[in-house]
Design a protein around this ligand. Structure first.
Ligand SMILES: *Cc1c(COP(=O)(O)O)cnc(C)c1O
Length: 230
């Protein structure tokens, strides 16, 4: 069941790439496993998935402990500074950075472990009051500040688009985030690579790919509906 769902999402990724003249190898499918029991993750693992997304620190750590070690864990949820130390050496990428104080904590904890932390900056493209993330117009200045932190690498940008019935209405947000990524890349800032564009979820990942996403975060289409909303 889960294996079939993964193949189906992968097929849709390839089709979205064909429509937009992109190479499917540029796209990483993050299997968003939040709220799902380990057995479901094991099924996805057996089907070949090695990239999993979680949005709660405790849940990520619990699953990290019992799942195989070649998984690339993605922290996709809002991260509190006092919890950074629990995941800093367990995650491949933190998608949801939106304050300098958080960058400072990530930098300090990464330095303690002698590692470089890979992060994305979360941008609130639709300027929804209920959402975390930097305002689009703040991102450039933020980038200039982030370069001071030696144990942090900004790999790109992330957004959570509004929950809408018609994915087409998110196209403009995806296109604008892509444009922002390209503008930042042109500045050629140290410690900032801007190769990752994390956008698109179950409802809108195809539109996101057509607009330049390199990472799509898909939960429901792989694991089914969640029992409660997080
Ligand atoms: C839950 C979640 C997803 C996956 O959402 P689906 O609609 O189930 O695909 C993606 N990104 C973030 C940040 C999430 O919290």
């Amino acid at each position: 069941m889960i294996a079939e769902n993964i193949r189906d999402v992968e097929r849709r990724i390839v089709q979205a790439c064909e429509r937009s003249g992109r190479n499917p190898e540029e796209i990483t499918l993050v299997a968003v496993s939040k709220t799902k029991p380990v057995e479901k993750l094991e099924e996805a693992y057996a089907a070949g998935k090695r990239v999993f997304g979680e949005n709660k620190v405790q849940e990520l750590v619990d699953k990290y402990e019992v799942m195989p070690k070649d998984i690339k864990w993605q922290m996709i949820g809002h991260l509190q500074r006092n919890k950074v130390k629990y995941i800093i050496d367990k995650v491949d990428l933190i998608h949801s950075v939106d304050s300098i104080r958080l960058v400072e904590t990530i930098d300090r904890e990464a330095a303690k472990k002698g590692i470089i932390a890979n992060i994305l900056l979360e941008v609130n493209m639709a300027k929804e009051e209920s959402k975390f993330g930097l305002m689009p117009e703040e991102v450039m200045d933020f980038i200039d500040e982030v370069v001071r932190y030696q144990n942090v690498r900004v790999q790109g940008l992330m957004t959570i688009a509004p929950f809408v019935d018609d994915p087409e209405s998110n196209r403009k947000h995806f296109a604008n985030l892509h444009k922002l990524l390209v503008d930042i890349r042109k500045k050629k800032v140290n410690n900032v690579t801007m190769n990752v564009l994390s956008m698109g979820m179950t409802n809108d990942f195809e539109v996101a790919i057509e607009e330049g996403a390199t990472m799509v975060r898909v939960g429901t289409a792989i694991f089914g509906e969640r029992n409660y909303v997080q």
